[in-house]
Design a protein around this ligand. Sequence first.
Ligand SMILES: [Zn+2]
Length: 130
Amino acid sequence: MSDSEDVRNEGFDDALDAIAADEGYFLECSNGHGSLPPRRVCPDCGDVDLSEQPLPESGEIDTYTVTHVATPNFTDDAPYVVAIADFGSVRLTGRLRDVDPEAVETGQVVGVDVETTETTGERLLVFERR
Ligand SMILES: [Zn+2]
């Protein structure tokens, strides 16, 4: 195993790769709770019987926050909107891409993708209006 593999956050990076390739998946426990990798137990009920399920193509914005003054890691990205969207049994947190912060509403339908931040080059989940 190389050093670069050691620093990789295996389960989560694999999930980001899959979403970027339009083959996103999430983990679902036998009680129907969804979560993103990496997980060994369900964060809701502690079930260890997790299976990979395909991520629905679209979700609905549940809540969101507009950030006008960013922390140093995201200075070049502000203003931006971070939302929690409901994708069936899994809820995802991501940044809304190319939106007017004034025009965001809960219930809006979004798809999910992966983007690199302008400031640090880190990858993160992004939502885009459908
Ligand atoms: Zn569960």
